[in-house]
Design a protein around this ligand. Structure first.
Ligand code: ADP
Length: 398
């Protein structure tokens, strides 16, 4: 079956057309600057066919139409008729407590997603616009919503309740939700396969470390704790997000710098993390280069980054009373040798033994611990689009 996977942001739209029989990506791409000056990058077999081509894209509906036109283009199209697209899988960021798994999209589901808008005001409305635009252009094609939060709905209360007055949970559903669920689910399943563990009898920790990052404890195939919270701001230090800090810092900085709460939140979301600590950028490669050039702030940022990831791994080993295997994934997790090695260097007490040679391999599935290592550590490239396609297939086949 050919499934279109859609990931809509407020001014962007990422897509992949996946043949689920072979799991091959037939075409992929990105529309950026929707509503500004519209820019399409379209790839077939990984090769760029259109590179940042300007297109009038006043809204998402037009962007969807441009993507569909590219897919059926008579010169470089990968399908001859739009009827070949048998389903669309949409990434939706926040499913609140309403969605513990992916669902076929109906009017009621759209309503329920809209009710979660407060929890993800930047993302959910854009996701809804993307779905509505696809429904207009592909009216009879089944659509599925795959939520970033759904995998974490298995967390026990002790993991998701904050130490706050209970009324905030009752009135506003203030609690830990967690994100990157599609990736944590995909990678934890693969980690169990690679280590030969039965998923339903395993204690795994997945470190999804990209520009955003989160660490998840997966016990017996279920998320039991995760580092992101009500929003993706909590947890480890990230590219531009502070991660967990003393909440009193918000008031302190607001007073000292004469800023509003919204302005301080902007600092915590966009101007902190690796970028803010180093004074460089959020890109890990710039931090690495800065450290190599003797920039002391870059060196501290990298040390603090590695240290906080290691602390979450330690905490989750305690939360599960043990850990069988650990995976690193996403841009930094898959590629940054110093991060995986740095984190592992804190984990000798768990029985993690680094394999120096294996540890140098990047960008592919690899075990980076020795055969004798009590806890195995793997690098596993994540593939959220494929995971969304698989979820979509499972629901539309029913
Ligand atoms: P997101 O999806 O959250 O935007 P990614 O998973 O794409 O993020 O990860 C982006 C991060 O991965 C950037 O900080 C980038 O510097 C880092 N990265 C990509 N390639 C490498 C590499 N070869 N070495 C180190 N870091 C890398």
């Amino acid at each position: 079956m050919k499934i279109l996977v859609m990931n809509c942001g407020s001014s962007s739209l990422k897509y992949q057309l996946i043949d689920t029989d072979t799991e091959a990506v037939l075409a992929s791409g990105l529309c950026e600057r929707i509503g500004i000056d519209g820019q399409l990058t379209h790839k077939v077999n990984g090769n760029k066919i259109k590179d940042e081509e300007k297109n009038a894209m006043p809204n998402h509906e037009v962007a969807v139409q441009i993507v569909l036109d590219a897919l059926v283009d008579k010169d470089f199209g990968v399908i001859t008729d739009l009827k070949e697209i048998q389903a669309v899988g949409h990434r939706v960021v926040h499913g609140g407590e309403k969605f513990a798994s992916s669902v076929v999209i109906t009017d009621e589901v759209m309503q329920a997603i809209a009710e979660c808008n407060d929890l993800a005001p930047l993302h959910n409305p854009a996701n809804l616009v993307g779905i509505q635009s696809c429904q207009k252009v592909l009216p009879n094609v089944p659509m599925v919503a795959v939520f970033d939060t759904a995998f974490h709905q298995t967390m026990p209360e002790k993991a998701y309740m904050y130490g706050l007055p209970h009324e905030y949970y009752e009135k506003y559903k203030v609690r830990r939700y967690g994100f990157h669920g599609t990736s944590h689910s995909f990678v934890s399943k693969r980690l169990a396969e690679l280590t030969g563990l039965a998923l339903d009898q395993s204690k795994l920790i997945v470190c999804h470390i990209g520009n955003g990052g989160s660490v998840t404890a997966v016990q017996n195939g279920k998320s039991v704790d995760t580092s992101m919270g009500l929003t993706p701001l909590e947890g480890i230090i990230m590219g531009t997000r502070s991660g967990s800090i003393d909440p009193a810092i918000v008031e302190f900085i607001a007073h000292k710098e004469n800023k509003t709460i919204d302005e301080v939140m902007q600092v915590l979301n966009k101007e902190s993390g690796l970028a803010g600590m180093s004074g460089l950028t959020s890109d890990f490669r710039d931090i690495r280069a800065g450290k190599a050039a003797g920039n002391p702030l870059a060196a501290v940022a990298m040390e603090a980054y590695i240290y906080c990831i290691a602390k979450y791994v330690g905490a989750y080993a305690a939360a599960m009373n043990g850990v069988d295997a650990i995976a690193f994934t996403a841009g930094i997790g898959e590629n940054a040798i110093e991060v995986r090695k740095g984190v592992m260097s804190y984990l000798g007490f768990l029985g993690v033994e680094i394999d120096e040679a294996q540890c140098q391999i990047t960008g592919e599935e690899v075990c980076v611990t020795t055969p004798a290592s009590k806890v195995k550590v793997y690098i596993i490239p994540t593939n959220e689009e494929l995971a969304i396609a698989r979820e979509t297939l499972a629901l539309v086949k029913k």
